[in-house]
Design a protein. Sequence first.
Length: 293
Amino acid sequence: MNKKGVEAWLVTLLALVFAALTIILVFSVSTGAGQGIAQVINEKVLARLQVSPIPIPGIGRAPAEEAGLAARISAMPHSPQCPFQPVKVTAADSRFPENETVDTVNCFWDLDIETDTNGDGILNNDDDSTECSTSTTAEPALGNRTIRLSLVTSKGISDFATEKFNSTAFCACDIRPGCTVTLGLKGNEVNTGDTLSISVEKNWDVEDLQIKVLPSADARLIIDVGADGVSDFASNVTAGKEFVAQGQQLKTRISAIQAVCETSSCAVEMQFFINNGFVQILDADMPYNTRLF
């Protein structure tokens, strides 16, 4: 084969290699699975052709998934909301990497991705709030909108989530069955002596508050509301069997904390004691009802 033939063959081969890389990288945007394959081609094939390696950045959500980061938006009240009613949103129910919590990550909220509040011409990149729990900046009128949450860890790993909300003329949770408030405990693994904190509004009626747990072993579970050394709930639990902690004493103690709370949002500490193994909190919520004092 003459020199021109060799050059034509190399050009064709390189074109095929770059086409394959393009396909793999596009695939990796949605799944992250193509990055490893692309790296092999990068290091092996191109090296044999004596072509400089091509830098292959982390694309899509693969780094976040590998690190254990998953953004999630929780709202109160749940959609649909009343017209002109503010919506409180939180990142607390997101999944965080080891040694990271909602207190160590950076949160960025775009509270309406169809409105460009920073004026840069891009609709969905506004930092309307950087608090991990925040309220909408404007009370939504009747209609639909989408909220976007972006999380960035201390190591620079990021993930985002979007949630669509809508307003409706029939929206009051007090008369709409099934409307619940998530308390932000879901996903926690609790060992004996661990203390978790929930935030309840001063005017919430905490009737029917419940905490669903999955024990790792047969044990005695005790919950101390307020972490004051007084047992407010106690029951035997069975390994691998879901159990729901609820009752009048839990309500009474939380209501007592609400009564002396001087702010609209009250922090309530819950200390857990398990004499064997640990419990995984599967969910913690209550019906959304308000009361008048």
